[in-house]
Design a protein around this ligand. Structure first.
Ligand code: ADP
Ligand code: MG
Length: 685
């Protein structure tokens, strides 16, 4: 949540040096940071309980009791005080340590509200951790009992109570500055709190339902502002027109005839979406999502061919050499038939091999290039790069994608991702992109059967493996680590599994590939496996992305309990790519019950997996920004707030329909809220 009016007011201006120093440690630099530093939990101190209830329930809550006596005892060579209390249910002792003046503060005969945890010790009910207030004070503005009390994550040296005062002061300093970005007509029609009430309820909730109302209002604002910012960015991009067009699509008919399969209707639809985009005035910025094996690469190929046939250059950026090579091999024979020159360029090319390619790119005689990071090195100059394809876009940083994009003039961009992104994240963070989704697998693909294998079922799995290999199929075995490590129990290393399987399958070739090998060693092993010169490949997750070996029908994932859902799904996608039925075994060497593995076995739909993953791991993990969290959103929850997001999507659309340039006074304050976090940019520019 943002409050731009407060961002320019530094903490040091209003707080002591010591407080500023401590707040700085908590990442709080200005009043905006401070007033949006929300509690991480709330204590319900509204209900009055009884001593007996608290002892049995082990809960921490408020009781109402009268002091009946005071006693002394010695601890740490000092006289300490016990306060004896009673409520209508039982009697108890409040044991205090070095609480100066407690005997004066809690005199005999007076009644108090006491908040604490009470336990049965030495045959007595006792508490040594409690707060108290005289009855008269209960529920008053400064009281911390009788209400919902916020708990903040504070740094060492700062106590909750001091932080309460710091927050209180921030309200006194801020209230007159705060503007509400959400137009009044939406606040009214959607029954949303105004901004100040929202902030107040988040820090000082009246009730839990008001608190949730405040959170909803905050989440709505976060989504709405992000959507509007993305929409403005998109309009900005639309304004920059490009020169090139792709009017001629005859080549696509020929391309389809030459393909060894019939395209799915989802593929056809997406190619049409891309074709229409390519012929707009502004450059295409499209994100193509599709599950592993859904045929995204084929769609990308069609687009590149379209570029070449219309006299442009297209570049296909792949994350690894193995993948670049695999794509190149596939496309090459097709392109030969269509008589379109094409080349591969990776970092391992010698200067001599590189020369003719660089020349072809510079002169424009080479219309299609496939490669790795080598594609955007300084020395590479393109004649007229007009289409950039980024495979597995999340494997590249914004700068890297930007470097390639800048090699052309406003090129069209197609980014692809094989890890489906939950809809809430797509809508909010990638709202400036057009999205295409391939939601259909090629015909004849059989559903992969996935089994959660517990220790006792390992043998049966090996029997199945034997059968498949005997039929001529191939298998992947994936392990989380390369070698054994004595610190880890119940972990199968790749080396150990390799040794075992060499013994188990003497009549077959069992190979191993892992991240500690050189690129050419890895490539060699992968090539041998692709040629069926080895039948079982033991690997670490280096095989995770994009490898396409249709004859492989078995995927065994050792220690599946150690992998994330999305990663498991990626690994499973290495099989099931041909016409034969495939099997995936998620071997659980840890605890037998594992919710994640049960979810994994229950569906092969990448979008369902993505939603579940979001619930389990949160957006930070999925977006790869765990350390910093998702900075734009303090209140919105991607897993929970789909309805709120949808509301904000509708409302931002309405705003633009009414007021396309955001000029109306009711929308002006919105503009101040639209600073976007650049870490989510898919394309730099
Ligand atoms: P993705 O990149 O989405 O994981 P690919 O484009 O690599 O998928 O396709 C996976 C495999 O399916 C490849 O072997 C590809 O040749 C094949 N394929 C793609 N589209 C079809 C289709 N419509 N029918 C049959 N096979 C297809
Ligand atoms: Mg792919």
């Amino acid at each position: 949540m943002k409050i731009p009016e407060l961002k320019t007011i530094p903490i040091t201006q209003h707080y002591t040096e010591r407080q500023s120093f401590l707040l700085h440690k908590m990442g709080i630099e200005n009043l905006e940071d401070l007033i949006t530093y929300f509690p991480f939990r709330y204590e319900d101190r509204t209900e009055i309980s009884t001593l007996t209830d608290l002892v049995f329930s082990q809960e921490t809550a408020v009781i109402r009791a009268t002091v009946t006596a005071q006693e002394s005892f010695f601890w740490n060579k000092k006289r300490q005080v016990k306060i004896l209390i009673t409520d209508h249910s039982a009697s108890a002792e409040l044991v205090t340590f070095n609480m100066r003046g407690i005997d004066k503060l809690m005199p005999v005969g007076q009644e108090f509200y006491i908040y604490g945890k009470f336990e049965f010790r030495f045959n007595k009910i006792q508490s040594s951790n409690f707060e108290f207030e005289p009855i008269e004070k209960f529920g008053s503005p400064t009281s911390l009992l009788g209400k919902i009390v916020p708990v903040y994550r504070v740094t060492e040296g700062l106590r909750q109570k001091e932080f309460y005062k710091i927050i209180k002061k921030s309200f006194d300093l801020s209230l007159k500055h705060i503007k509400d970005p959400v137009p009044k007509y939406f606040r009214e029609s959607r029954n949303l709190l105004d901004k100040i009430s929202c902030l107040q309820q988040l820090h000082y909730p009246d009730t839990f339902s008001q608190l949730e109302k405040a959170r909803v209002r905050g989440a709505y604002e976060e989504f709405l502002c992000t959507r509007i910012a993305l929409e403005l960015r998109r309009m900005q991009e639309i304004k920059t027109t490009k020169e090139h067009r792709y009017p001629n699509k005859d080549i696509l008919t020929k391309f389809k005839q030459e393909l060894p399969f019939k395209m799915t209707s989802a593929q056809e639809r997406v190619i049409q979406e891309i074709f229409e985009d390519l012929n707009q005035e502004h450059a295409m910025h499209r994100l193509l999502q599709g599950d592993v094996g859904s045929g995204k690469t084929t769609v990308a190929l069609a687009s590149m061919i379209l570029a070449a046939a219309n006299g442009h250059q297209a570049a296909f950026l792949a994350p690894t050499e193995v993948l670049a090579f695999q794509h190149y091999k596939k496309i090459k024979s097709l392109l030969e038939i269509l008589q379109i020159p094409c080349a591969l360029l990776t970092g391992s090319f010698s200067t001599k091999d590189r020369q003719p390619i660089l020349e072809g790119l510079k002169l424009g005689t080479l219309p299609i290039i496939i490669g790795t990071h080598a594609l955007f090195q300084k020395e590479v100059v393109y004649h007229n790069l007009s289409l950039v394809i980024i495979d597995e876009q999340h494997k590249f940083g914004v700068e890297q994608r930007g470097m390639l994009i800048k090699k052309g003039e406003n090129p069209d961009i197609l980014a692809m991702t094989a890890t489906p992104i939950p809809r809430t994240i797509t809508l909010s963070l990638y709202g400036d992109l057009d999205i295409s989704i391939i939601d259909e697998l090629p015909a004849g693909r059989q559903e992969i059967t996935t089994t959660h294998v517990k220790k006792s079922q390992y043998r049966a799995m090996l029997d199945k493996l034997h059968k498949e290999i005997h039929k001529g199929r191939q298998a992947f075995i994936v392990c989380p680590f390369i070698e054994e490590n004595e610190n880890m129990v119940n972990v199968k290393s790749a080396e150990q599994v390799h040794a075992e399987f060499v013994k188990l399958f003497p009549q077959y070739n069992v190979s191993i590939v892992h991240g500690r090998m050189t690129q050419s060693e890895k490539d060699q092993i992968m090539k041998e496996f692709a040629l069926n010169n080895s039948q079982i490949l033991v690997a670490t997750t280096v095989i995770e992305v994009g490898i396409d070996i249709p004859n492989a029908t078995i995927m065994i994932i050792e220690n599946a309990e150690r992998f994330g859902l999305a990663q498991l799904h990626q690994l499973r996608g290495r099989v099931g790519r041909g016409k034969d039925k495939s099997f995936c075994f998620a071997v659980n060497h840890g605890y037998d019950a594992d919710l994640r593995l049960d979810i994994f076995c229950s569906t092969t739909d990448g979008f369902v997996i993505a939603e579940e993953d979001l619930k389990i791991r949160g957006p930070g993990e999925i977006l790869g920004v765990r350390q910093t969290g998702v900075p734009v959103f303090k209140l919105a929850d991607f897993a929970k707030d789909q309805k709120i997001l949808q509301a904000s999507v509708n409302d931002s659309q309405l705003i633009f329909e009414k007021d396309p340039k955001l000029e109306l006074p009711i929308h002006l304050s919105l503009l101040e809220f639209l600073e976007l976090d650049s870490s989510f940019r898919v394309f730099s520019g």
